[in-house]
Design a protein around this ligand. Structure first.
Ligand code: DHB
Ligand code: FE
Length: 286
């Protein structure tokens, strides 16, 4: 049985990749953000996950506006990164876990999720930056299963649907026969808007509300419509959908272990959250 050790939510702003490449982690602008990962490094060194299921949104490297799957699951042996034009180094390829991918795909389709299955998939900054933040020596000791959620072209899947997608992934992981430790990651957000009249929009009160409820009351967040989410979190703050899926994929008792929130990184409210997922206490037979 796969054991879901917990979940990490993290911002994926491309300029973080440039700061890493330029060694700016201790600069006054960057330190409050990067130091939020000290706890993450200690926790990962202790927990040692084998595979990471990453919920993120593609930014045009795989899918563009002409063809944009709502949910796409990677089933590749290896995932390459390519130059996205941000001026950050191209990352090394990351090994996949195709057997686990196909198990998830089978269970998701069985649960009524009409996903797109991708035996060939590139990973963009929404995957490579979180990996670089979690394992800064670039020796990423994990396999990945990337799951891409459309946060770009409307209509977007709802908050409730993304929570359910995560729950289906969580059930599939629990039913997987191989012994392995799985970490769930959701990337992007929090509040930000990159263009239009509200460019630069950040909403600390709403971000705090979302972070406060994610562990124990994700259903409350699932009530927000996409239009409300755009209004409250910004046009690109809808990347929080990836965090909803991450939360859904933890079926146990979920507790918050660590939080960092820093404004701004570029035009974005940068957040890092670590959750543990403890097996639910067995109910004693009467
Ligand atoms: C930017 C890009 C992103 O993908 C994101 O999530 C946040 C910010 C940017 O270009 O600044
Ligand atoms: Fe993004």
């Amino acid at each position: 049985m796969a054991r879901i050790i917990g979940g990490i939510g993290t911002t994926h702003v491309p300029s973080i990749g440039k700061a890493i490449a330029d060694g700016k982690q201790n600069d006054p602008y960057w330190k409050p953000f990067f130091s939020g990962f000290d706890y993450v490094h200690q926790w990962l060194a202790r927990e040692q996950p084998d595979t990471v299921v990453v919920f993120s949104n593609d930014h045009g490297l795989n899918f563009f506006l002409d063809k944009l799957p709502t949910f796409a699951v990677g089933a590749a042996c290896e995932y390459r990164n390519e130059d996205e034009g941000w001026g950050i180094p191209v990352s090394r390829p990351v090994p996949g876990d195709p057997a686990l991918s196909w198990h998830l795909i089978n269970r998701l389709v069985g649960d009524g999720f009409d996903i797109t299955m991708c035996q060939d998939m590139l990973i963009d900054h929404a995957v490579t930056i979180p990996l670089s933040l979690m394992w800064p020596d670039f020796n990423w000791p994990v396999r990945i299963v990337p799951i891409s959620i459309n946060t770009v072209q409307h209509p977007l899947p709802s908050m409730a649907r993304c929570l359910e997608l995560g729950r289906s992934v969580g059930r599939a992981l629990v039913s997987y026969s191989e012994d392995k430790k799985v970490l769930i990651v959701g990337t992007g957000g929090l509040s930000h808007q990159l263009d239009g009249k509200r460019a630069g929009f950040i909403n600390k009160a709403f971000d705090t509300h979302c972070m406060d409820r994610l562990a124990h009351d994700p259903e409350a967040l699932a009530q927000y419509s996409i239009l409300q989410l755009v209004e409250l979190a910004g046009a690109q703050g809808v990347e929080f959908l990836n965090w909803m899926a991450m939360r859904g994929a933890m079926p146990g008792e979920v507790g918050e272990l660590h939080r960092n929130y820093h404004i701004p990184i570029s035009n974005t409210a940068a957040a890092t959250l670590v959750f543990e997922n403890r097996p639910r206490a067995q109910r004693k037979a009467a």
